[in-house]
Design a protein. Structure first.
Length: 240
């Protein structure tokens, strides 16, 4: 593993802005910070690759990471765009199997990495804490269920809107959405598996409807918590 540094003091409050970490048992929160080390990544640098060994549980501390993989044609398929203070990597922690996707820094970033073996040893001594890791995995699974349903049922404009909501809400990790998000149209196109031109057209349609405003390098959500009739909100814990 590349050089890393201990967790800076006073980080607890910032991490608690994540819904999962903020509601974790205090003992697990303390242990994650005690074991964790901060890795710095340059833009375009890989944290881990699909099929690689699981190094541990991770959390974005600064910057942003793209989570995705190359498809059979060599095109990049993007699953998620993670920002501070979102946790990830729990799947390989739980099942011990290789990483399911690539994690690459989109901009200069810092990631907290909690070493897998040390964390597993602590969990063996505190088995009740596995429930907390299960909650993190289930939160992600609920998001996946909603995304699959939307892919099958919603037109592109609404799929774009819902994906923007997901990013603004940190995939369910934030209680309140960000009104402005930095997300390139190319990244959004990779997330939804469509062309950049299609994304641009959908964004223009949503802007004309008053649901968002396009700025240079940013998208401002004017109605971030609205939802379509009969459809569950992406962050709705009852969904799925």
């Amino acid at each position: 593993m590349p050089p890393s540094t201990p967790v800076p003091p006073g980080l607890h409050a910032a991490l608690a802005s994540d819904e999962w970490f903020g509601h974790c048992a205090p003992a697990l929160r303390d242990e994650l910070l005690r074991l964790g080390r901060v890795r710095k990544l340059a833009a375009g640098e890989s944290l881990f690759a699909r099929g690689g060994d699981a190094e541990g549980l991770c959390c974005v501390m600064a910057g942003a990471l793209r989570i995705g993989a190359l498809n059979a044609e060599g095109d990049s398929a993007l699953l998620a765009y993670l920002e501070p203070y979102q946790w990830f990597g729990e799947i390989s922690l739980i099942d011990g199997r290789p990483r399911t996707h690539d994690a690459v820094a989109d901009v200069p970033s810092q990631v907290l990495v909690v070493p897998r073996e040390a964390l597993l040893a602590w969990l063996d001594a505190h088995p009740a804490m596995w429930r907390e890791l299960g909650k993190l995995a289930c939160r992600k699974l609920r998001v996946v269920f909603v995304a699959i349903e939307e892919l099958a049922q919603l037109p592109l404009e609404e799929r774009v809107w819902r994906r923007l909501q997901l990013v603004a809400l940190g995939y369910g990790s934030r209680d309140a959405p960000r009104r402005r998000i930095r997300l390139a149209q190319e990244v959004l196109a990779q997330m939804l598996g469509v062309s950049r031109q299609s994304i641009n057209k959908a964004l223009k349609t949503l802007e004309a409807r008053g649901r968002l405003r396009l700025h240079y390098g940013e998208i401002e959500l004017l109605d971030a918590l609205s939802e379509s009739p009969g459809s569950p909100s992406p962050a709705d814990p009852a969904a799925g």
